[in-house]
Design a protein around this ligand. Structure first.
Ligand code: ADP
Ligand code: MG
Length: 631
């Protein structure tokens, strides 16, 4: 580590450039987003700033286009090609990271390109002529940001902190690290996005307590509850909707524009053109009360030159229900953590879509306080990551050790397909936990260790992370051998598992982490393995999850009727009840999608009830009475 002390002269560049004497490490923070990615570094004034491209634009669209002759376009030019070449232009690749084909299909619906289960189940995207993995696509985005940062900082990067959603599991974190490796970046560590946002606001130096980080981006909504205690952050609970964000707000405008044009079956080109227009209108409406725009031209429609107008009021009316969907999720997260909105120390807004005034109002109303908005919500994650990179790179004294938690429980499969938890969900990391197991049969000399991740009781319903065998156990009667299994999770949330027979010291271990000395082939094998088994379990898991969610919704509805049934008239009560019955019926079936659909329907059909309950509860707060905990 450099310990030279040099005096830097302020240059024209706000960043410490190679031309200026330096003792600092060239490190950056990277927000690898679903729709936009950013790179940030600490400027000469000691404050983080996002590094712009040659046109002065900081946000890089997370879109990669694969041209017919092997060319690769990243960012704005790629995004423009989404219109003409959806089949060879990949957007939102973050959704595919660390996931199997079946899982991606189940979550994403129809896609413009073909997915293929490559060797052993690894996902390959057939984008035009190219056949690429999600890791490679993300690496293209990272390479572009790296080049931009190296240009600005005047030399090779020495490390990067890359942010990931707090709920990312092992496979998704691993895939992110792999992408960095392919891009030639050294990952100082992965950092949870909400923690990065909290760091950007310097909350680590502020009051201890609970903070809610509300992140509404392009295609995802995430709410995280962080606890700050003695300078350490812990993720207390997370929630979200992976299919809710600015794109949905755009879609509302698209639908409206198409309806005005009386077009029912638009071609893909027109849809994309409308989306682009919609985004521009939406973003302007965050600052102005109304926008006048040109209705797009199409071959089938001679609207050229026609103008239309959208007011903020009409827009807010239209998107109200969409934005409202984030509120019950916030409520559930607070409930999971057993806290009420008024016990929070602060609320931080993250994500470009939180610039929409209606979003800010709803958040302020629900949490009963004004959220922090001083920092640019699209940049705040990258800025916090840059700050952390500075500390980890040794440029700044570590005043604080970050603490994260495991997002899902890690365990082992035991007899009868049972999942025995070794590291429970929400355990602060790094951590090491051990447990003893024994043999099942007389004379058993080998033991299959199956590492699984998840919250289900049955191992086959959890995600399979790795399998290995401990051999050379001395022949003993069943139950006599003592096998100690240790799970170690490092600061990035990555796992190493070791099994040791205590009487002989025979030991085997496996790591789903490259730097633990495994070859790339072995890692690839393990990832493939993880995918393969992950997919087998997929159907059952989705069905199970759907049923659990349906039951939760039903129980909540029952409680709501019990507590606030008087808010409804006879007909309305019947409506709520019949929605409950049809959901209950769906849970008897075997189709997860059908259940999920009914859950959504029920949410829509009972929204008026939820809103009345919220109003009532707000009234109670205002009159100083106890707030009912309503689901
Ligand atoms: P990511 O999903 O990658 O985290 P961001 O946090 O950058 O993305 O959010 C991107 C979304 O924010 C897009 O839908 C974009 O249209 C929206 N957005 C950006 N600026 C504004 C604005 N001024 N008003 C409304 N929405 C905005
Ligand atoms: Mg984001």
């Amino acid at each position: 580590m450099d310990i030279l002390l040099e005096i830097t002269e302020p240059g024209q560049s706000p960043l410490p450039h190679e031309n200026t004497p330096r003792s600092r490490k060239r490190v950056v923070g990277i927000d690898l987003g679903t729709t936009f990615s950013l790179v940030a570094a600490i400027g000469l004034d000691g404050l983080p700033l996002c590094i712009p491209d040659e046109n002065g634009t900081q946000a890089l669209p997370s879109v990669v286009h694969y041209g017919p002759k092997g060319s690769v376009l990243v960012g704005w030019p790629a995004r423009d090609l989404l219109v003409q070449h959806p089949e060879s232009t990949i957007a939102s690749v973050k959704r595919y990271m660390g996931r199997g084909v079946a899982e991606i299909r189940a979550r994403s619906g129809t896609l413009p390109y073909t997915l293929e289960a490559g060797e052993g189940g690894m996902v390959r995207i057939l984008a035009g002529k190219a056949k690429v993995s999600p890791v490679e696509v993300s690496a293209e985005i990272l390479k572009r940001l790296k080049a931009r940062a190296e240009e600005a900082l005047g030399g090779k990067l020495q490390g990067a902190v890359i942010t990931v959603p707090a709920y990312f599991d092992d496979a998704q974190r691993q895939a992110t690290k792999d992408a960095a490796r392919v891009a030639g970046l050294e990952v100082l560590r992965l950092l949870n996005e909400p923690t990065a946002a909290a760091l950007a606001y310097g909350l680590d130096r502020g009051h201890e307590g609970l903070y809610a980080i509300y992140d509404l981006g392009g295609g995802t909504f995430d709410i995280s509850l962080l606890k700050l205690e003695k300078g350490l952050f812990q993720v207390m609970a997370t929630g979200g909707d992976s299919a809710l964000g600015g794109d949905d707000l755009d879609q509302w405008i698209v639908d409206r524009v198409l309806a005005r044009m009386a077009i029912t079956q638009p071609d893909p080109g027109l849809i994309q053109a409308c989306r682009k227009l919609a985004r521009e209108i939406k973003e302007q409406l965050s600052d102005t009360e109304s926008v006048t725009f040109d209705v797009p031209d199409t071959a089938s429609n001679s609207n050229s030159g026609t103008k239309d107008l959208l007011t903020r009021t009409a827009f807010e009316q239209g998107i109200r229900d969409l934005v409202w969907r984030t509120i019950p999720i916030c409520r559930r997260v607070l409930k999971d953590a057993g806290v009420s909105p008024d016990s929070l120390q602060g609320v931080v807004l993250v994500g470009g879509s939180t610039r929409v005034p209606l979003v800010r109002r709803m958040v302020a109303e629900f949490f009963g306080r004004e959220p922090l908005v001083d920092l640019d919500p699209d940049q705040v994650v990258a800025l916090g990551a840059a700050h952390q990179a500075e500390v980890l790179g040794g440029n700044e004294p570590a005043e604080m050790l970050l603490l994260d938690v495991t997002p899902l429980s890690l365990g082992i499969e035991t007899m009868g397909d049972l999942m025995e938890k070794i590291v429970p969900r929400n355990t602060p990391i790094p951590t090491a936990r051990a447990q003893e197991f024994t043999t099942f049969k007389d004379g058993q000399t080998a033991m299959a260790i199956h590492v699984v991740q998840g919250e289900r009781e049955l191992a086959s319903q959890c995600r399979s992370l790795a399998r290995f065998e401990l051999r050379g156990i001395p022949s003993m009667t069943a139950g006599a051998a003592r096998i100690r299994v240790t799970y170690q999770v490092d600061a990035d949330g990555l796992l190493t598992v070791a099994a040791r027979e205590e009487t002989t010291g025979v030991e085997q271990s496996i790591a789903v982490k490259p730097s633990y000395g495994l070859t790339d082939d072995e890692i690839a094998d393990m990832l493939r393995d993880a995918m393969r088994h992950g997919e087998d379990d997929m159907r059952a898991r989705l069905l199970n999850e759907a049923r659990v969610e349906a039951n939760r919704v039903l129980a909540a509805a029952e409680a709501a009727l019990r507590e606030d049934g008087d808010l409804l008239n006879e007909a309305e009560t019947q409506r709520v009840k019949s929605a409950m019955v049809s959901l209950l019926e769906a849970t008897q079936g075997e189709v997860a999608e059908a259940i999920n659909e009914r859950v959504t329907q029920m949410d829509v059909q009972t929204r008026f009830f939820a809103q009345r309950r919220m109003d009532r509860s707000l009234q109670k707060v205002m009159t100083g009475r106890k707030v009912d905990d309503f689901a």
